[in-house]
Design a protein around this ligand. Structure first.
Ligand SMILES: [Zn+2]
Ligand SMILES: [Zn+2]
Ligand SMILES: [Zn+2]
Length: 122
């Protein structure tokens, strides 16, 4: 009885050895893509959890608090590129966009083209 539990303990130590080795700082951690362990809210920060694919060590990374829950577009802030225009969220720290549409080009007085909607010129 005593002997078998000793063997079990030995197997246990051997099995955990590589892990122990790793957490001694010998592992050059290779972090996975991580997952969102907690979504941020307007009240609290969230965080990601990353796991080392080699040794299983975990680390967390903060996700900043949200300044707002719903994006609003009442300020009608235009964003755009050569082909499309869209609205950018009213909040300064937010880059979420909506309503992406192609420009509606019309000829501009004095030459060139202007988008009827966002007034972008080309
Ligand atoms: Zn590692
Ligand atoms: Zn927003
Ligand atoms: Zn436009």
């Amino acid at each position: 009885m005593k002997r078998s539990s000793l063997i079990l303990a030995l197997i246990c130590i051997l099995a955990t050895l590589p892990l122990a080795f790793c957490s001694c700082g010998e592992c050059e951690h290779v972090w996975d893509r991580g997952y969102t362990a907690k979504e941020p809210t307007t009240e609290e920060k969230g965080y990601y959890i990353y796991t080392c694919v080699d040794c299983g060590e975990m680390k967390s990374e903060e996700i900043p608090k949200l300044s707002h829950i719903e994006h609003t577009y009442s300020k009608l802030i235009w964003g755009g590129d050569a082909d499309f225009h869209w609205f950018i969220c009213d909040y300064d720290d937010c880059n979420v966009t909506t309503n992406k549409k192609e420009h509606t080009w019309v000829e501009r007085i004095g030459g060139g083209m202007i988008c009827q909607v966002c007034r972008r010129e080309q």
